[in-house]
Design a protein around this ligand. Structure first.
Ligand code: SAM
Length: 310
């Protein structure tokens, strides 16, 4: 259901030699030149405008698209938000999904037999670059002040709790979760903004599925997001997520999408979640970028302790 036009940029990515940068995940050491070069190419994609926006960089997905793409529980999470709850959309692009929710565009689908709340949850969109269009400005002007807000100019990791506050619902559709060069730090930060009993819904394209039967979508290319253990053995994204403490994780692989997508529901059950560290070892700019991360541990001693599987 999501627009998955990434082939051109994947081909470019394949020409980039693997970058062996296995510094600690939260290392302050400067990145090697090749890594920095890819990061600056990636910045070029964020700052692209008009005809320079790569075809695969989709920034205008509707709430309907979010609903069809994310796990089915997303509809319930959205429909049960009250006026005092808050929704954060990380990597919101133009912020269409938030506008659609706030104006009730797809209410018939989201609320069905439920009573529609008189007032919607406050909703915050964040994006590295300002992608707001007239649609956003008109919607914001038609609502109470700060009912919807758009923050830009920073990455998620640069926000404090004081700036953003906490949220009952967090989403990320091909935003920071797919684009960050530091996955474990990104998830740690995201969970710090999530309230206990709240849900984080996200996805990744072209990853090894939880049951491990699929191969990379593009022949000769690696998975788009590839994780390995310290000893070099394969680590599935779903298994890594299930090693995080204080969360319950559900993974669902959508093999029929092209490229296939794994969608995740991460339900927070207690504070102070511990996210197993990953170090970036390869990053090639793209939409999304091609990334490889290495865990500092070889294999989990008690995997999937807090997890559930669909
Ligand atoms: C391909 S667009 C997706 C937009 C939107 N979710 C949609 O589906 O239409 C990627 C978005 O992620 C944002 N992004 C990437 N990395 C981010 C990060 N670390 N923190 C915040 N936003 C990020 C970009 O600025 C952009 O808004």
């Amino acid at each position: 259901m999501i627009d998955l036009k990434i082939a051109g940029l994947r081909i470019a990515a394949l020409l980039v030699l693997p970058i062996l940068w296995a510094g600690p995940a939260h290392s302050q050491q400067p990145a090697p030149p090749k890594f920095s070069e890819e990061i600056s190419k990636q910045d070029g994609i964020y700052q692209s405008r008009g005809i320079t926006v790569p075809e695969g960089y989709v920034i205008d997905r509707s709430l309907l698209s979010y609903t069809f793409t994310l796990p089915p529980e997303f509809i319930d999470s959205l429909a049960t938000l009250g006026p005092k709850d808050r929704w954060l959309d990380i990597g919101a692009g133009e912020g269409r999904a938030i506008c659609d929710y706030s104006t009730g565009k797809y209410d018939a689908m989201h609320f069905k037999d439920r009573e529609r709340p008189a007032k919607r949850a406050q909703s915050i969109a964040i994006s590295i670059e300002d992608r707001r269009e007239l649609y956003w400005h008109r919607t914001a002007a038609s609502l109470e002040p700060n009912q919807i807000q758009y923050f830009f100019g920073k990455r998620l990791r640069q926000y404090s709790l004081e700036e953003l506050g906490k949220f009952q619902l967090i989403t990320d559709i091909l935003g920071g979760f797919s684009y960050t060069e530091n996955l474990s730090q990104f998830v740690e930060k995201t969970l710090s903004f999530l309230k206990v009993n709240g849900n984080f819904y996200t996805l990744l394209q072209d990853v090894r599925s939880e049951n491990g039967t699929n191969r990379p979508h593009y022949p000769g290319a690696p998975f788009l997001t590839d994780l390995v253990n310290a000893d070099g053995s394969e680590l599935k994204v779903c298994s890594w997520l299930k090693r995080i403490t204080c969360v319950e994780v559900t993974c669902e692989f959508k093999a029929k999408d092209a490229p296939p997508v794994e969608v995740y529901r991460i339900h927070k059950v207690c504070d102070n979640a511990t996210v197993p560290a990953l170090s970036p070892v390869h990053f090639a700019a793209g939409t999304p970028p091609e990334r490889r991360f290495q865990s500092s541990t070889s294999s989990p001693s008690s995997p999937e302790r807090t997890s559930t599987t669909r």
